[in-house]
Design a protein around this ligand. Structure first.
Ligand code: ATP
Ligand code: LTN
Length: 342
């Protein structure tokens, strides 16, 4: 495939702004896709948008350097494969824009130890990575606030698990604004109605996660159709046997949510369509819907990942356009704090 990019900046002044990021901490899952990425594509048509590969966030848990390098480029290719257009959206790698680390340090000094200690992701990850409870993991939401506030984002499309981090970003913005006058836009989360919390296929009380050590728990966006079918067919359900949304039916509720996202059918319509049918039939239908949902993404990805020169060109242009906006906000915040600008 012959790829070209337009090198002019993508921003216009008036539209509302959105920003979101995804960590290159593994191969993205169906949860990342339905909970976040699919909405990024939809919203990018309407808003001024910036999307980043959050590589600085990824090292809050130990990463193998060679794997990390590979995953950063894979996630960048995925952002293009879902249909984001580098001529319309700013697509960049977080560590290529030093302003993120710089603002994060400043915001650390406007964030309280107590409020960080309440973050459920920190509590969960300090249990799952008990041997490496580092200061970066603790301060993770502050770096995330810096990502968002640098771009003056009005809206941040994320899965439901990030709601608490968005609240902290809002608190930090409000605190800074109330000390120094209006500096940062206070962002709102955008959490889709469907797919905001896709659960593990093996333990439907836990969210589907790309860092799950058991690969049967998640469908990766790059899984082959046969693998997707196999994983969905072996999803944990219940012994009751009816396809309807209900209490104590976490596995079926999850599969119904996934099916609803892929087909646009409501829960009631799904229950009606599968009345009198068994879980075997339902799982086959869910598997096929997921295969068809991910097929175009995987096919575009397979082309893009071969063209490393193009991906590097996209990243370079993204970093340049992102830096322009980020540095403007960083300078504004630094001046307000009393730094002498170089
Ligand atoms: P990790 O498992 O390494 O902590 P993650 O997949 O939870 O990573 P990110 O890669 O940073 O975290 O997530 C990118 C986006 O995907 C975020 O908006 C997040 O809310 C969303 N997301 C992640 N998992 C799910 C899920 N199971 N259901 C819905 N949305 C999700
Ligand atoms: N913490 C997020 C990833 C992330 C993010 C951001 C999301 C890093 N920076 C800025 C939105 C905006 C997660 O999903 N785990």
């Amino acid at each position: 495939m012959e790829n070209t990019i337009n090198t002019s900046p993508a921003q216009t002044e008036k539209k509302k702004k959105i920003l979101s990021c995804i960590q290159p901490s593994g191969i993205p899952t169906l949860g990342n896709y339905l909970g976040a990425l699919k909405n990024w594509k939809l919203l990018s048509d309407e808003f001024d948008s910036a999307f980043a590969v959050a590589d600085l966030h990824a090292i809050t848990v130990r990463q193998d350097p060679q794997k990390l390098r590979k995953q950063i480029m894979e996630v960048l290719a995925l952002l293009l494969a879902i249909g984001l257009d580098p001529d319309k959206s700013i697509i960049f790698i977080q560590s290529h824009v030093p302003a993120h680390s710089q603002l994060a340090w400043i915001l650390n000094c406007y964030t309280q130890f107590g409020e960080m200690s309440r973050m459920t992701q920190f509590k969960d990850k300090s249990q799952s990575h008990a041997d490496n409870v580092n200061v970066g993991l603790f301060a993770y939401p502050v770096l995330m606030a810096a990502d968002i506030l640098l771009y003056q984002a009005d809206l941040v499309p994320v899965g439901a698990d990030q709601k608490q981090h968005l609240e902290i970003a809002r608190d930090i913005a409000n605190r800074f604004n109330s000390i120094y006058g209006n500096t940062f836009t206070v962002p709102d989360p955008y959490i889709g109605k469907n797919g905001a919390r896709v659960m593990s296929l093996q333990d439907p009380t836990k969210k589907m996660s790309k860092s799950d050590p058991n690969p049967k728990g998640f469908v990766s966006v790059f899984d082959a159709p046969e693998t997707i079918m196999k994983k969905i067919k072996s999803a944990v359900t219940d012994s009751e046997g009816g396809v309807y949304y209900g209490e104590g039916k976490d596995g079926i509720n999850n599969l119904m949510g996934i099916y609803s996202c892929c087909t646009g059918l409501s829960m009631d319509e799904i229950a009606r369509d599968f009345e009198g049918k068994g879980y075997g039939d339902f799982k086959a239908a869910v598997g096929e819907a997921v295969v068809e949902e991910l097929r175009p993404v995987r096919e575009r990805y397979e082309q893009l990942i071969k063209d490393q020169a193009y991906l590097k060109q996209v990243a370079a242009k993204g970093a340049e356009n992102a830096s322009r906006i980020a540095n403007r906000t960083l300078n504004k915040a630094m001046k307000k704090c009393g730094f002498v600008l170089p």
